[in-house]
Design a protein around this ligand. Structure first.
Ligand code: ADP
Length: 496
């Protein structure tokens, strides 16, 4: 049970009153003794009656009145102070009671046995018990069965430290629901330090804990997912590395095969060159004196000669490619006049091809280029031959040259069928030919542009094409100007 003792102010008032109770009679007794002793015994015979009256009046009347007046004033002041303190204490109590009563948290006062002494509105709303139903009962009615073991721990901690703070636990409502609460308990002591009970504040954190649990669950799921994805990634990484290894292996095998094939083709071509030259020479000799032959025999001989020339071109092309790929092509770099070369080639083509109009569009005063003259003639011949092969009769084939950004740019334009944009970057690949109706009719092996681009790049230039279906194509290549790049490109060099 709570032990309510008197406050210190009250005790002080009591002590003062006791002191007055003693001091007043003692004072009056002393005054009587003084009067009786001094005046009645010693001076009575010499003092007249009126003097006696005045002295008695001064001693008893004035002294008594002053003593009572001082004592009453003293008591009144103490009582006033006491009343004021009492008023302030009650106001504070009311304030505390209001705060406690209106708090959203449940605030309980428990006595030393753990029985509920006070139950606020917050507790009512949280647990559903009216004060009349719970005050006097042990707080254990609020504790779920699976939490009873915890009570002893809280009790020990409370008595060791004097408080327990932010303890997350569970409590039972009147209708049997479990609430998650944050518990703060504080030991209450009287002015002498004796424990008189404890206060208990319970803050409902069910929703907060539920969200925290959900977040924890989400985190757990996320971690599982991340771990799973990491495993999958590692697995697919392993798979990728395995495939990359297989690809590299297959690539190396292919490269080896390609090298073998190139070696073989080059060997065969090399071996074919001499017999082909003999065949072509013999056929041309026969054709130059064919008067004794019938027309049919002459036609057959001329067909054989054409086929031998075609085979010779293929063999030359293949040998060219294998030399380029083996890095065995030696360039003889020199400064020369490209305009003269272009004009000569156009004239030659016009002589043997009456079907097209060949135009050399070159300004007279262009600077010389720094390149291998024979190789540039080969490149120009490839591009001009393509323009001839892939454009119709009575159309124009124009070869232009101009200086642009410190280099010479040569353009070979035709008015042929053009090239689809998806083929434009493929035509420079080895053996690539565009699938077209005329592909069979036009002779070729898809080597000309491959050889040309390799040669131009080796001389420090670029080769590219622009084309429009139905309108024609233009093949450009650039070359360094003499004097600009002589130092960068030595006179003789091998390339691959
Ligand atoms: P090919 O010996 O087949 O002509 P190229 O390497 O010179 O080999 O050309 C590759 C392909 O590019 C040709 O088969 C052709 O389809 C296309 N091509 C080249 N030049 C032209 C052009 N001027 N007009 C249209 N197509 C062209």
């Amino acid at each position: 049970m709570m032990n309510l003792t008197r406050p210190p102010e009250q005790a002080r008032l009591d002590a003062t009153l006791v002191r007055l109770q003693i001091a007043l009679p003692v004072g009056i007794a002393i005054a009587v003794a003084v009067y009786a002793g001094i005046f009645e015994i010693l001076l009575v015979e010499n003092v007249p009656r009126w003097t006696h009256f005045i002295l008695e009046f001064l001693i008893f009347g004035l002294f008594g009145a002053v003593a009572v007046w001082v004592a009453l004033g003293w008591v009144r002041r103490l009582v006033d102070e006491n009343i004021e303190r009492d008023r302030q204490a009650r106001a504070q109590e009311r304030l505390l009671a209001t705060i406690t009563a209106n708090s959203a948290d449940a605030i309980l006062l428990l006595d030393n046995e753990g029985c509920v002494k006070s139950w606020n509105r917050g507790a009512e709303l949280l647990f559903g018990y009216q004060p009349s139903e719970i005050v006097g009962k042990h707080f254990a009615v609020l504790v779920p069965a699976d939490r009873t073991a915890e009570i002893e721990r809280i009790h020990t901690l409370l008595h060791e430290k004097g408080f327990v703070r932010d303890w997350i636990t569970q409590r039972l409502t009147r209708d049997g629901r479990k609430l998650t609460v944050e518990l703060t308990r504080t030991l209450l002591r009287d002015e002498n330090g004796a424990v008189i009970g404890s206060s208990s504040t319970l803050h409902d954190v069910t929703a907060r804990e539920k969200s925290a649990m959900e977040v924890r669950e989400l985190n757990r799921q996320l971690e599982t997912l991340v771990a799973q994805r990491t495993r999958e990634l590692a697995e697919s990484n392993r798979e990728l590395r395995r495939r990359q290894y297989e690809l590299e292996k297959a690539n190396a095998e292919l490269k080896q095969l390609d090298e073998l094939k190139s070696e073989f083709v080059s060997l065969v071509s090399h071996e074919l060159r001499a017999p082909l030259a003999n065949i072509s020479g013999s056929l041309e000799l026969l054709l130059s004196d064919a008067s004794s032959l019938t027309t049919n025999q002459r036609d057959l001989l001329s067909l054989a000669n054409d086929q031998a020339a075609r085979l010779t071109r293929l063999v030359r092309g293949i040998l060219n490619v294998s030399r380029i790929e083996a890095g065995q092509t030696l360039l003889q770099m020199q400064a020369f006049d490209l305009t003269a070369l272009i004009e000569r080639l156009c004239e030659q083509w016009q002589l043997c091809d009456n079907e097209h109009i060949w135009i050399a569009d070159t300004p007279g005063n262009l600077p010389s280029v720094w390149a291998d003259r024979d190789r540039i003639e080969e490149v120009l011949t490839n591009l001009m031959e393509n323009a001839y092969k892939y454009s119709d009769p009575d159309t124009e084939i124009r070869v232009r040259s101009e200086t642009r950004d410190g280099e010479m740019v040569i353009a070979v334009s035709d008015q042929g069928k053009g090239i689809e944009s998806e083929d434009l970057h493929l035509i420079f690949d080895k053996f690539y030919r565009v699938e077209r109706d005329d592909a069979r009719k036009t002779y070729g092996y898809g080597l000309g542009l491959y050889i040309s681009i390799k040669l131009v790049e080796a001389m420090g230039g670029r080769l590219w094409a622009e084309s429009e279906i139905g309108k024609g194509s233009t093949f450009y290549f650039s070359l360094p100007l003499a004097g600009h790049s002589a130092a960068a490109h030595p006179q003789a060099m091998a390339f691959n």
